[in-house]
Structures are given as structure tokens and as C-alpha cells.
Design a protein. Structure first.
Ligand code: NPW
Ligand code: ADP
Ligand code: K
Length: 510
């Protein structure tokens, strides 16, 4: 059975409230700390055995993150590691004081300077966890900077100290961990681009939170979730019914390409091909027709009149014809000279995906007002730059990336997929999916075109699932394809054509 606890992502305040429920139900605070920290200590001993990592330095903060670190210090000491503790704070929470006293009584040495720990072969970071709310004090920033210049591995407990649990931002500075053991539930910071350089390899330590404890704090369905392979597989239009025909397997219209960006039309179509969509129509400027037919022989290529700049000048469809598609994806490579066609597709009576230049054209209008008039769903797929152009007022607010995305989705009444190292997808009600893994191999022209085609093809084929979920599923397979291709070909070998070929391989590989 799916462990739904693994898919839920919380903020610091939600984690605190869930923790409070557990304590209120009778779990002693000290027992929960002991349990969580013992699990960390076991994991650390697996990852860094005493035979190879004899000496360990433990960084202890004033709160319960420091308490966890002291339990780890005690356990590692008892297991035979040589342990030194750096504890730069005078005022500690009482449980942390108790663990400090006990560790001292065992014979563990404490220091208020970091230098004695420099030669340790491993560091455990328990300075701050989800209780960090403000900038690190200057003396701690200095310590963190020194440690980041040292070369031994660092395991952070719960979060790399200095990282804000929700925004993922470094508050003045932050530990660059080799490994982070996230306690209990995934926190938002683990999926924020700005935190990636600090997290190292991340894993969740499950200390037995049950779903009903989560539902006593969160609304159902959970507002922010992590997409995974099991969920993404269920979102694919598989198995196909045995009696079907091409038009029952969805008809997607792509509106893409220009003389200048002819390849974008091919790449979008290759992404759509990999989705298995029943019928693919591709509207391109007329001079691209021969090339498209030779590259995508199975697609219906619709030649459109083109303007003097080589962009699509008009669409040879009546509004009724346009409404017959299951979904339309518009924008890849169309250039900003294709204004009139974006205006036309905005009124289609089917789901509409807008990407690339369709977003840039849209951003010259009152985005929120224009999208509010759409009666059918709209999916926007901006990268950061396009997002800023679409929603300058939201970006100017001092909101973090996730909140900006959720605000924009709500105000524009659309599904927004915000591209990045960690792509995030939100709808108008605030429901959000985060894509947990990707690869910088995708930071390459054309990757986004493949995503748009794939997404269009998946939406076209699926009748019984939520649009938000299918969009997130497409983003998941796109990232997985990049990861698999990079593994087999290095990060330099993932051009967009290759990426499209890896989509099917990613789906069948376990
Ligand atoms: N999830 C769970 O269920 C479990 C959670 N557990 C663990 O508890 C951790 C959360 O513990 P926590 O609430 O005590 O907060 P933590 O992160 O240790 O730091 C807060 C302390 O630092 C202080 N402080 C804050 N900012 C500061 C600054 N800039 N500069 C200086 N001081 C600053 C703040 O004091 P303040 O001055 O704000 O009163 C407070 O004393 C969590 O991450 C996990 O490791 C496990 O034990 C069991 C299961
Ligand atoms: N550093 C990165 N790590 C992971 N994925 C990335 C990274 N940079 C970009 N991507 C992904 O690559 C794709 C790039 O899309 P986009 O910016 O639209 O490019 P293009 O328009 O050239 O196709 C997006 O899906 C994005 O999430
Ligand atoms: K920490």
C-alpha cells in the first residue's frame, strides 16, 4: 500500500502543529526526540561506519535540533566513535540542557569554539532545525562559513542549519550538507531551487507519524504533495482499452514553430509522440510543412499562412473546428510576431496549454483579466523569466517561490507549472505538486518544448483524472527521462531529441 506520509510536504508551522498533536495524545517530548534521534544515529552509522570515520564532531544548537544532535553524540560515543561537541550557545531548551549534562557525565568533551572539530572525519549538524525563524547570529555565520570550507562530510539533522524550512532560503548563511536526514515529514525547503546547493543527498527518517495525525492539522487532500513514480504511473493512460480507435485516444493540436524556430515545432511534436496520443495535429507556418512531414510522418501537418517575419499569421480553423480538439498547446517557437493566433486560441472551448512566446504575448495584456474570461481550463508553463513577465506584481512582493506560484495560480484561475531545477505545479485552489528530482542536463534549449508536447498528449488521452495531476505527471516523466538519459549518456548527452526518446524508457525502467 502506498505510504501517503511519504508524499506529504509541510511548512514549519504545520510540522509544529502535527508535533503538538502527537504530544497532546500522550507521547512524551523526550521520547519522540529519543526515537527520532536514535533513527538518525543508526542511519549515520550505516552511512559512515566507525571503522572508517573514527572521529566525529557534533554541532549543537539551543533548541531541540541540538537535543537530537546530543542523542546522536551519545549513541556514537557509546558505539566507539571519538566524539567532540561544539556548543556555542549558553541558553538551551531544558531537554537540550539535560542531554548536554548527561553527555558531559559520560566523558564527552564540549567546546565553544569550532577549531577543535576541524580534524574530525565527520560532522553532524544539529544547530537549527525547523525552529529557525531569523538570520543566524554573526558568530554562527562565521562558523558555518569555516565548516563549508572544510572537506569532511557533514550530515544535517532535519535541515541544513541556516535554511528556512518553508522558503529554502539561507538566513545569513547555511551549512552545505553532504547528507540531510529530514525528520518525520518532508518540509518545503527540500523542493526549493534555492536550497539545493545546501541539502546534499536527502532522505526522510520515518518515526511513525500516522495519517490521522496529519489530517488533524492538514485539510484533505494535502495542499502540497510530492509526485512519485507510483502516482505518476497511475496517471498514465494505461492500459488502453482493447477496443478503441485513434480518435478515442485523444486528438491534440500543437500550434508551434516559425521560420526562425523551426526546430521547436519538431521537438514539441516529438514530446507529443512519446505520449502515445491517438491523433496529433500540428499547425505550423506553411514553409515548415515539408520538413515537419519528413520528421513526424504520423502527424497531420496543418500549413498556416505566414507573415513576413515567418511566424504563423492566422489559423485555418473556424472556432468550431478548434473546439473539437481535446486540448490545444500553443507557443513553442511561434515568436512574438504570432500575436493574433494567441488571441484566437484564448477563446477555445477545451483545455489550453500556453508556453514560451504564447506566454510572452499574453504578458502584454492584463493577464489576470484575460484568463478569468476563459471558461475552460488553462495551463501556463513559464520558467522564472516568463513568470516574472506574466506576474510582475506578484514577483515584486517579498514572497517565496512557492507562495508566488500559488498566488499567481489563484489570481489567474489557471494551472501554473513553474519550471526550474525543482518544478512546481499549482492550481487555483492552491493544491500543489512538487517534482522531487531532476537533472541540470535539462538546462538546455528545447527541453521545455518536449515537455509541452508530452503534457498535451497525456491530457488529450485522459478523461477521468484531474488536469492538475496529469500536468504534474508529465513534469515527473520529463524529469525522469532527463535523469535516465544523463545516467546513460552523462549530463552533456541529453539534447532535446534524445530526451524525447528517453520518455518511454523512463516509463518502463523501474
Ligand atoms: N518534527 C518533530 O516532530 C520532531 C522534531 N525534533 C527536532 O526538533 C527540532 C525543532 O526544535 P525547536 O523547535 O526547538 O527548534 P530548533 O530548530 O532546534 O531551533 C530553535 C531554537 O533556536 C533559537 N533560535 C531560532 N533562531 C535563532 C537564531 N537566528 N539565532 C539564535 N537562536 C535562534 C530558538 O530560540 P528563540 O530565541 O527563538 O526562543 C530556539 O531555541 C526539529 O528540527 C527536530 O530536529 C525531534 O527532536 C523530535 C521530532
Ligand atoms: N538546473 C535544472 N535542473 C533540472 N531541470 C532543469 C534545470 N534547468 C532547466 N530545467 C528544466 O528544463 C526545462 C527547460 O524549459 P524551458 O526553459 O522552457 O526551455 P526551452 O524553451 O529552451 O525548451 C524545464 O522543464 C525545466 O524545469
Ligand atoms: K540542522
Amino acid at each position: 500500500m502506498k505510504n501517503i506520509v511519504e508524499t506529504i510536504i509541510v511548512s514549519a508551522s504545520q510540522m509544529q502543529q502535527i508535533e503538538e498533536q502527537i504530544f497532546a495524545a500522550g507521547m512524551p517530548v523526550s521520547a519522540l526526540m529519543e526515537k527520532a534521534a536514535r533513527l538518525c544515529s543508526d542511519r549515520i552509522q550505516d552511512l559512515y561506519p566507525q571503522s572508517a570515520f573514527t572521529s566525529v564532531g557534533i554541532l549543537v544548537g539551543p533548541g531541540h535540533n541540538g537535543g537530537d544532535a546530543l542523542v546522536v553524540a551519545r549513541e556514537l560515543y557509546l558505539a566507539g566513535y571519538k566524539v567532540k561537541v561544539f556548543r556555542p550557545f549558553f541558553k538551551l531548551k531544558s531537554l537540550t540542557t539535560n542531554h548536554s549534562n548527561y553527555a558531559t557525565s559520560l566523558g564527552i568533551n564540549f567546546y565553544d569554539e569550532i577549531e577543535p572539530l576541524q580534524k574530525c572525519q565527520l560532522l553532524i549538524d544539529g544547530l537549527f532545525g525547523f525552529g529557525l525563524t531569523r538570520e543566524l547570529p554573526p558568530n554562527i555565520v562565521e562558523v558555518v562559513n569555516s565548516i563549508n570550507n572544510w572537506s569532511q562530510p557533514v550530515v544535517s539533522i532535519d535541515l541544513p542549519s541556516g535554511i528556512h524550512t518553508d522558503t529554502g532560503e539561507a538566513l545569513g548563511g547555511a551549512i552545505k550538507a553532504s547528507h540531510t536526514l529530514c525528520l518525520g515529514l518532508w518540509k518545503q525547503a527540500f523542493f526549493q531551487d534555492v536550497a539545493l546547493a545546501y541539502l546534499g543527498k536527502s532522505e526522510r527518517v520515518d518515526f511513525g507519524i500516522l495519517p490521522h495525525q496529519i489530517w488533524s492539522v492538514l485539510t484533505k487532500p494535502a495542499p502540497v504533495k510530492k509526485m512519485d513514480r507510483e502516482i505518476a504511473l497511475k496517471l498514465l493512460p494505461l492500459p488502453r482499452p482493447s477496443v478503441t480507435h485513434k480518435y478515442s485516444q485523444g486528438h491534440l493540436l500543437l500550434i508551434c514553430g516559425s521560420l526562425r524556430y523551426a526546430g521547436a515545432a519538431i521537438l514539441t511534436a516529438l514530446g507529443a509522440r512519446a505520449s502515445g496520443v491517438g491523433m496529433l495535429s500540428v499547425a505550423v507556418p506553411e514553409s515548415l510543412k515539408t520538413m515537419m512531414v519528413s520528421q513526424i510522418p504520423e502527424a497531420l501537418i496543418i500549413e498556416c499562412p505566414e507573415n513576413k517575419e515567418g511566424a504563423i499569421a492566422s489559423l485555418p480553423f473556424s472556432q468550431t473546428n478548434l473546439n473539437q480538439f481535446q486540448v490545444i498547446a500553443c507557443g513553442c517557437g511561434i515568436t512574438k510576431d504570432a500575436k493574433s493566433i494567441v488571441e484566437k486560441v484564448l477563446s477555445v472551448e477545451c483545455p489550453l496549454i500556453l508556453d514560451a512566446d504564447a506566454l510572452n504575448i499574453l504578458s502584454e495584456q492584463d493577464v489576470i483579466e484575460v484568463l478569468a474570461q476563459r471558461e475552460f481550463p488553462t495551463v501556463l508553463t513559464p520558467h522564472e523569466g516568463e513568470f516574472k513577465r506574466l506576474f510582475p506584481e506578484i514577483v515584486n512582493d517579498t514572497l517565496d517561490r512557492l507562495t508566488r506560484l500559488q498566488t499567481a495560480a489563484q489570481q489567474s484561475n489557471s494551472i501554473i507549472l513553474l519550471k526550474g531545477a525543482r518544478t512546481a505545479i499549482a492550481n487555483e485552489t492552491g493544491l500543489t505538486w512538487l517534482i522531487p528530482e531532476s537533472t541540470p542536463a535539462l538546462a538546455r534549449g528545447g527541453s521545455g518544448d518536449v515537455l509541452t508536447g508530452l503534457m498535451g498528449g497525456l491530457i488529450a488521452q485522459t478523461k477521468d483524472k484531474k488536469l492538475l495531476d496529469i500536468v504534474a505527471g508529465a513534469a515527473f516523466w520529463h524529469a525522469r527521462s532527463g535523469i535516465l538519459a544523463a545516467k546513460e549518456r552523462t549530463e552533456l548527452g541529453v539534447d532535446a531529441t534524445t530526451l524525447a526518446e528517453y520518455i518511454q524508457l523512463a516509463i518502463i525502467s523501474t
